[in-house]
Design a binder for this molecule. Structure first.
Ligand SMILES: Nc1ncnc2c1ncn2[C@@H]1O[C@H](COP(=O)(O)OP(=O)(O)OP(=O)(O)O)[C@@H](O)[C@H]1O
Length: 301
């Protein structure tokens, strides 16, 4: 089995003391190393919380998260690049100084060519505080890529980039992942953007993991059935709607689909994720590679 980038076991996080709400609850999953993983879910689902726990910036309220084989992700700062939604950078430094600081802080691994290339459209002598939101994002990504980390945790990295910059930087991230086997976890609300880029997906909703695994396998486990209203058993219905006498259902396949009774198509990833978000009672699905195994179970295997 490939090594794990992240293993969460009963992971839960509650902010503040006392009877606060759980931001994340009972999350158990595994992300194999070397994957480009889309982290999706509605506002307030717990995505940023999960990324901050994996970066070691927050400590779990319950359960554990093991990152790159370590139970203390906070001690792995050199191997993890974390870009949060608010992209904290030093406002008084110039772009050039910020890149220089990145190099000084990561002398052993700094990939100057990549960092400089990503930051090249920026005004090098401008102070960070004068940059636009999208320019700050570009600089934060230049620092993250320059670090040449084993794991990149990116919280909505593309949200404020223009379409061309988004396309370019997505390409750079994919090239980085392919060339150096970097694991990337990227939260986003732009589902179409993730479809071609990510080979792994985690859907978090209401603080819980609802789908996890290889994008292709998750999609292949489902089908869109269209036909005259009829019996959908034994399949698990995620979502269905009836128009006149025509029934369209997105199902999780529980055995072969009767294609004499139904017109069968494969859903797009976006269709599939949206159907799950609209149907909070659909049962969770983790593919075998996304199942968390206790270390005892692995050791005895
Ligand atoms: N610092 C905090 N203090 C208290 N509650 C918080 C804090 N940060 C997040 N929360 C709560 O935790 C829950 C999960 O928030 P989180 O930011 O992880 O969601 P998200 O999926 O990243 O959302 P979005 O898509 O809007 O960025 C929400 O209910 C949020 O209100």
């Amino acid at each position: 089995m490939t090594g794990s980038a992240i293993e969460a076991n009963g992971l839960g996080m509650k902010y503040g003391r006392g009877a606060g709400r759980w931001a994340l609850r009972d999350c158990s999953f595994r992300l194999p190393a070397g994957r480009v993983c889309a982290l999706v879910g509605p506002n307030g689902a717990g995505k940023s919380t999960l990324l901050a726990l994996a970066a070691g910036l927050l400590g779990p309220t319950e359960g554990s998260v093991r990152v790159l084989g370590s139970d203390a992700p906070g001690a792995l700062r050199e191997r993890i690049a974390y870009v949060s939604q608010d992209k904290p950078l030093y406002p008084q430094l110039t772009v050039a100084d910020t890149l220089w600081a990145g190099q000084e802080l990561n002398p052993a691994s700094w990939d100057r060519a990549t960092a400089d290339r990503v930051a090249s459209p920026l005004p090098q002598h401008a102070k960070v505080r004068t940059l636009s939101g999208g320019q700050r994002t570009r600089l934060a990504l230049a620092l993250a890529l320059g670090k040449r980390p084993s794991l990149m945790l990116l919280d909505e990295p593309m949200a404020d980039l223009d379409p061309l910059a988004r396309h370019q930087l997505m390409g750079t991230l994919m090239a980085e992942a392919a060339e150096h086997s970097t694991t990337i976890v990227m939260s986003s609300h732009i589902l179409t953007e993730l479809e071609g880029a990510c080979d792994y997906v985690l859907l978090v909703d209401g603080g819980r993991v609802r789908l996890g695994g290889e994008t292709d396998d998750i999609v292949a486990a489902h089908a869109v059935l269209t036909g005259q209203a009829g019996d959908l058993a034994p399949h698990t219905v995620v979502e269905s709607r009836t128009t006149g006498r025509q029934l369209t259902a997105l199902v999780r396949k529980e055995g072969p689909v009767d294609d004499t009774a139904w017109d069968v198509t494969e859903p797009s990833l976006e269709e599939l994720l949206l159907a799950h978000l609209r149907s909070p009672d659909a049962p969770p699905l983790l593919t075998p590679s996304a199942h968390h195994e206790t270390r005892e179970a692995v050791a005895s295997a």
